[in-house]
Design a protein around this ligand. Structure first.
Ligand code: RRO
Length: 311
């Protein structure tokens, strides 16, 4: 096996792979399955201040080349994940990431304060990009509001932390978001990308939207978003040399993970493919990435990370 180990904000991971928040991580039994898998880490479902049931079903479906979802932030409420983080065995080789997605800045402040007070060695990934709560635009597409949120949250968190960003599609937006991120020293990593928001999947025979919430509009994930994800990983990797990028989007095999790392990713999260294949996926991905690295003569992730060539 090649060495697939990495680190995020100085915290070691035995390999680069873990779940994308939202997949296999709402309940303790799912988190336990991730712990028992060959993932390199695990992250919890984005938490809100209060528990939420989320949107009506059907709210996730695999579609050709990917998936569509409008889950609507179903989660057990932040105290559930705080309790899980308190009980977590930190002597385990895998670090624990906690995703927070307050419905307001005030909620994010209260949740961050609770985690800071608990003083646990888990890492926070604050979700600025949930596309599926009716009436709540994504913070990641309001750059001023994101700057304002970071100005409040970064000093509160104190420790290194990360944010989950939506995909951007314009060079000016890459520049503006990188400019905001650059202002916050303890913003250590950017997780790129959340689902491509507000796609619409329609059944040809029944002429009906495939998912129920929001008239069928939902976030797109899986193979169809690989190139958008790679561009976002690379755009922020190039602009923010002092920060790390966690790549997510379109990884179905070791090959796409290799491409994410070439683009600059320091770790790789899996959403749609984990949902479809289950946690046994991680064993396959480790083997496939290792085989690619050995065939190409790379011994470690740092041998090729960020080294994509351009013409
Ligand atoms: O729960 C969701 O609907 C959801 C969230 Br919070 C998110 O960040 N990304 C996504 O595709 N779905």
């Amino acid at each position: 096996m090649a060495d697939l180990s990495t680190n995020i904000a100085g915290v070691p991971l035995p390999n680069v792979f873990f779940n994308a928040s939202g997949v296999w991580c709402q309940h303790e039994h799912e988190l336990q399955a991730l712990l028992e898998s060959q993932s390199g880490s695990l992250i919890t479902k984005s938490a809100t201040f209060e528990p939420r049931e989320g949107n009506p079903s059907p709210r996730y479906l695999p579609i050709p080349n990917g998936s569509i979802n409008s889950m609507g932030l179903p989660n057990e409420g932040y105290e559930y994940y705080l309790n899980y983080a308190r009980k977590f065995d930190y002597s385990h080789t895998k670090p624990l990431f906690i995703s927070l997605s307050g419905l307001s800045l005030a909620d994010n402040v209260k949740m961050v304060e609770a985690f800071v007070a608990a003083d646990l060695p888990c890492m926070l990934e604050i979700n600025f990009s949930c596309p599926n709560v009716p009436g709540k635009p994504q913070l990641g597409y309001d750059i001023e509001a994101m700057d304002n949120a970071l100005a409040t949250l970064a000093p509160l968190v104190k420790k290194p932390f990360g944010i989950k960003l939506p995909p951007y599609f314009d060079i000016a937006h890459f520049d503006q978001v990188a400019g905001v991120c650059q202002k916050y020293d303890n913003l250590a990593f950017l997780t790129c990308v959340n689902s491509v928001g507000n796609g619409l999947a329609i059944d040809f025979e029944t002429e009906t939207a495939l998912i129920k919430p929001k008239d069928g509009f939902g976030g797109l994930g899986g193979a169809m978003i690989l190139n958008t994800a790679l561009a976002n990983v690379n755009a922020f990797h190039r602009r923010l040399p002092g920060k790390q990028v966690i790549g997510v989007g379109g990884v179905t095999s070791g090959k796409e993970a290799f491409l994410h790392i070439l683009a600059g990713a320091s770790a790789v999260q899996i959403g749609t493919q984990l949902k479809e294949e289950g946690p046994a996926l991680f064993e396959r991905l480790n083997k496939e990435l290792s085989d690619i690295m050995m065939a190409k003569g790379y011994n470690s992730i740092e041998d090729f990370r960020g080294k994509v060539k351009t013409l």
